[in-house]
Write a protein that binds this ligand. Structure first.
Ligand code: SF4
Length: 577
């Protein structure tokens, strides 16, 4: 069937965390400092790309528009006017990460206002958890549940187009004559090879809609094009606050065990990215969960493929040292991301199920990685864990100094608060008392309201038996300031950058004190225009400089010949579409 450029079968919209963040004055704090996106949470989920690839293979056209990024890049970008100009057959909006509870619902409302007859479909893990509540919002027509919704979504789009019954579509929550219907959650694929992330489709989408900005995953991606290749859905681990942990998946996505991509499919995807970009490629998920044979085959295929991009390996626990040696033999450029969360064995043990290694074993692993060709070793710590006190956080920063004293600048440490929310469905959310959490929100609507509180102290959906929300914020600023000093002292960041980060932390901390004082007096301190300006200035990256998270830049990040080839393929095919 011929499709016009202006009429996609599905328009996928990614909303900012809070709509319209350009008008609200909220001190978000460092809640997004450890991820590539900003406090607007402009990065869209990988599911957008797998949905686009799957539907494309079925002959449908999909357009991705990162509204959050468009709004960040231009204060004048008019969301209702933009949406009014679109002619989609259906609109999909992600509510995957709960911090989008405000923005996603508001964008859905605008879509309904502009296009009352166009179906609005929501999906993602948070949508799945809150599906019964989400479907009651008038602007939401359908909720797709689960972590793999491409085929059921295709069935839904076909049924809507043909006017056929929706009763048999798996994983679908919907409304019939005002009554909520919950179809059984039966689509849980046992392989991930049926779908892919096709980077060439993204390039084609840019050409088709003459829009370079809308499909970019996060602010600054052009300069730091990190590619992500997912390796697994579900997880074998049990981190207390994670919405993808083993127990959470059993209930939420009905996944009894993690499911993996085959090594050939995974490495083919790495090669597809490597043809397009010279930047790093992150393998999302710990490969070792699939067993040693699987891991060895992936590494052997990477070796045979001769990929020169830096491969970022995630480790969920401490592997045998031989694993690092195997990586080193297979991949010329590699780095490691490791998140022990606390240096303190007792704190790790309090998560009941996550920690399966000792601090000594962890250090041995770090030393071995540094002995090998590992080009970068990022170690992440967290504030807001069960059994973690302010004193324990201080000792974590001492421990970072201990790691810096290994004397290798490839190793760096990061610390950030867990937040803003404990994931719904996680063990911490479902059994807060057991893990020493106190929750301030349970429903979707309560979380939506939390997101527009004036400061991140009031946005956090939890505190612990060991630290109140106020103490969590205090501990964060204190730890961040000390870690920043250490990074300067041990040469991890240049002194000038360190001074800038220190000034940012001090200013954000002082601003927060002024806001809290104003709130304590019963007023809304945001009424003060000068204060509003300061809030937006210090609401972005605060506890570290975002550039620390990014990789070394190259003169040209992309393989232009391949980009041109894809553009050419689109242009020569276009008249027939
Ligand atoms: S945070 Fe823990 S439970 Fe969640 S995906 Fe990572 S390792 Fe698995």
């Amino acid at each position: 069937m011929a499709r016009s450029r202006a009429r996609p079968d599905l328009l996928l919209l990614h909303a900012p965390s809070v709509y319209d963040f350009r008008k609200h004055a909220i001190l978000y704090g460092p809640v997004s400092d450890m991820v590539p996106s900003s406090t607007v949470f402009e990065m869209y989920p990988l599911g957008f790309l797998t949905i686009a690839s799957y539907l494309h293979a079925q002959g449908m056209e999909v357009r991705i528009v990162n509204l959050a990024l468009r709004m960040m890049n231009s204060r004048r970008f008019d969301v209702p006017a933009f949406i009014a100009r679109q002619r989609p057959r259906a609109v999909g909006i992600d509510l995957h990460w709960l911090p989008h509870a405000h923005g996603a619902l508001e964008v859905a409302r605008i879509v309904k206002e502009q296009h009352p007859d166009v179906p609005v479909i929501m999906g993602g893990l948070s949508s799945s958890y809150f599906h019964r509540e989400l479907i009651t919002y008038p602007q939401v027509d359908f909720v797709m549940r689960g972590d793999s919704t491409e085929p059921p979504l295709h069935q839904l789009l076909v049924a809507l187009r043909d006017g056929t019954s929706l009763e048999g579509i798996p994983n679908l929550t919907w409304k019939k004559a005002g009554e909520v219907r919950v179809n059984p959650h039966t689509y849980v694929p046992t392989t991930l090879d049926y779908v892919d992330i096709r980077p060439d489709l993204v390039v084609e989408m840019m050409a088709r809609y003459r829009d370079l900005q809308s499909t970019l995953p996060f602010n600054g991606w052009w300069r730091n094009p990190i590619a992500a290749v997912f390796t697994v859905k579900g997880c074998a681990y049990e981190c207390v606050t994670c919405g993808s942990s083993h127990s959470t998946c059993m209930h939420l996505t009905k996944r009894q065990r993690p499911v993996f991509r085959s090594p050939s499919n995974l490495v083919a995807n790495v090669e597809a990215f490597a043809r397009l970009t010279k930047g790093p490629i992150a393998l999302i998920g710990d490969l070792r969960q699939a067993g040693p044979e699987h891991t060895s085959e992936v590494l052997e295929r990477l070796r045979s493929a001769g990929v020169r991009n830096e491969i970022i390996i995630e480790l969920f626990s401490v592997p045998p040292l031989e694993y690092l040696r195997e990586i080193d033999r297979s991949v010329p450029h590699w780095s490691i991301e490791f998140s022990p969360e606390s240096h303190d064995q007792a704190v790790r043990d309090a998560q009941e199920g996550e920690a399966d290694y000792t601090t000594e074993a962890m250090e041995e692993m770090l030393r071995e990685a540094l002995r090998l060709r590992c080009e970068r070793l990022d170690v992440f710590f967290m504030i807001g864990l069960p059994a973690q006190t302010l004193e324990s956080v201080r000792r974590t920063v001492d421990y970072c100094e201990h790691l810096f004293q290994l004397g290798d600048k490839r190793l760096s440490c990061f610390i950030s608060p867990m937040g803003p929310f404990i994931d719904p469905g996680s063990r911490g959310f479902e059994e807060p008392e057991r893990f020493g959490y106190r929750l301030f929100a349970r429903t979707l609507e309560e979380h939506r309201r939390l997101l527009v509180q004036p400061t991140w102290e009031h946005i956090l959906n939890y505190e612990t038996l060991w630290m109140t929300r106020r103490e969590l914020v205090d501990a964060t600023y204190e730890a961040a300031a000390r870690l920043n000093e250490l990074k300067v002292r041990y040469g991890r960041i240049p002194p000038r950058r360190g001074r800038r980060v220190a000034a940012g932390i001090a200013a954000a901390s002082a601003l927060r004190a002024r806001l809290e004082a104003g709130l304590a007096q019963g007023g809304d301190p945001r009424a003060d225009a000068a204060l509003r300006g300061e809030i937006s200035r210090y609401s972005m990256s605060t506890v570290c400089d975002k550039r620390e998270l990014f990789w070394r830049r190259r003169l040209s990040q992309f393989r232009l010949a391949e980009v041109m080839r894809i553009m050419g393929r689109y242009l020569t095919r276009r008249p027939h579409r």
